[in-house]
Ligand binder design. Structure first.
Ligand code: SF4
Ligand code: SF4
Length: 441
């Protein structure tokens, strides 16, 4: 694509980067076919190509964001299906991240929208605040029907519907500690405790630590870890996102210096995509660029790490039919497609893949709260495809997808690691009924 940026504009490294991306796009439109918002809404401006044109126009003319561009960029899930499809290697992720930051800087949203976003950015990345907010959700639940009728309060209704009826207690395993590996030492890793996941389902990291240590891997939960920054990054809040990134880079750099790390294990693929991008996000910060690149290189999804270990024979041979839902951040963001399915199959599960596996479930960070109508359509489409597999349980590697699919599916949805941990001798995953697994044992 031809671009017309001035030399002065290109002196801004963010603009220069976006210009490079824009020039790669050949307007072929292949990406439209796999874009969930284009498939759902049928509007070119809600396709990757349409958004690329809107972003180009805004940046090239050096103008502030307007209502039209904000509408169409807000509807983008950042699912990155377009990047998987694009034959020209257009880095849509970095382009839309830049557009979101530009929107945040130059556009004044309506008051209610600003409040909603400020509240999400204040609560979600902090486990204590999030836990407290979930406790209050019970009080609002009786009013869901009323909130749904008022367009301005639909996001509140969406949030209340997603909030689980019971919140598990905080896990002692989330506290800073070193969990020694059993038997012959096979590695040393740090694990991201995370934010929302540690509140909604602390058993995911418990299963991860339990399985890794049984396999001989020492797992460090370092002091001072926080949210990876993805939630606010996708809202264009660059300052907050970069502060989170720097904090984690410092924490993991200390862990590397104090005993070495073979990997930084991440159990939420949404976080993994962002942490693998820390090197890019902090490239312009001389104090952090090198350290951040090192952290990104060490970041591994837990299935990616496990697939590189020589796993023993599983303790159980379950035979349970599992529908594997590949989170967008797993398949498009990190290009991890094979490993989770192969690990499940090796552990004795029968893996089925739902149709339209490339399409997002509509979770996408805070998308299911901020865009509840599109999100619900995508969720229902996803659940229909999952249920058509005839599986008795769904496995996936991202807490956002687990919450989203659980809100509409009849079958249990669990993190892949819980099924693996069980097959290799761990406890039954709590989210799966005794009946589902007992029948298969
Ligand atoms: S990130 Fe997803 S929703 Fe956004 S343009 Fe690409 S395919 Fe469409
Ligand atoms: S597939 Fe790639 S090159 Fe083609 S229009 Fe989409 S982003 Fe541009």
């Amino acid at each position: 694509m031809q671009t017309n940026f001035s030399a002065a504009q290109l002196s801004d490294p963010h603009v220069a980067e976006s210009e490079k991306i824009l020039r790669k796009c050949v307007h072929c439109g292949f990406c439209t076919a796999t874009c969930p918002t284009y498939v759902t809404l049928g509007n070119e401006l809600d396709s990757p190509r349409g958004r690329i044109y809107l972003i180009k126009d805004m940046l090239e003319n050096g103008r502030p964001a307007d209502k039209e561009i904000v509408t169409h960029i807000d509807r983008c899930l950042s699912c990155l299906a377009c990047m998987t499809t694009c034959p020209s290697g257009v880095n849509y992720m970095h382009l839309v991240d830049h557009a979101r930051a530009h929107i945040q800087e130059t556009y004044k949203r309506p008051l209610l929208d600003r409040l909603k976003r400020a509240m999400l950015a204040f609560v979600l990345p902090y486990p204590n605040r999030f836990r407290a907010a979930l406790k209050f959700a019970g009080l609002g639940r009786p009013f869901i029907g009323l909130f749904e009728k008022l367009p301005a309060l639909k996001p509140v209704a969406a949030m209340l519907k997603l909030a689980p009826p019971a919140i598990p207690p905080a896990s002692p395993m989330a506290s800073p500690a070193t969990h020694a590996g059993k038997g012959a030492r096979r590695g040393r890793v740090a694990i991201l405790t995370g934010c929302a996941q540690s509140v909604l389902d602390p058993a995911i990291n418990e299963a991860t630590i339990s399985l890794l240590t049984r396999l001989g891997v020492e797992v460090v939960v370092p002091e001072g870890e926080g949210c990876c920054g993805a939630l606010v990054h996708h809202m264009g809040r660059e300052g907050q996102a970069l502060a989170s990134a720097r904090q984690n880079v410092d924490v993991w750099t200390r862990a590397i210096e104090q005993g070495g790390l073979d990997a930084i294990i991440i159990t939420a693929s949404g976080c993994g995509t962002t942490i693998k991008d820390y090197g890019f996000m902090l490239r312009l910060d001389p104090a952090y660029a090198e350290k951040a690149a090192r952290v990104s290189a060490l970041a591994k999804d837990v299935t990616e790490y496990l697939a590189a270990l020589d796993l023993p024979e599983p303790v159980r041979k379950p035979g349970t039919v599992v529908a594997y839902h590949s989170a967008c951040s797993m398949q498009h963001g990190q290009k991890i497609t094979r490993q989770p399915k192969e690990l499940l199959a090796k552990a004795g599960f029968v893996v089925r893949e739902p149709r339209e596996g490339h399409l997002c479930c509509g979770s996408a960070g805070t998308y299911n709260i901020l865009q509840p109508d599109i999100s619900a359509k995508l969720r229902d489409r996803k659940v229909k495809n999952i249920e058509a597999t005839g599986a008795s349980v769904v496995a996936t590697g991202n807490i956002g997808c687990i919450t989203q699919i659980t809100s509409a599916a009849k079958l249990p949805v669990v993190h892949t690691i819980k099924l693996l941990d069980w097959a290799y001798g761990g406890p039954k995953p709590e989210g799966v009924s005794e009946r589902v697994l007992a029948a298969a044992e």
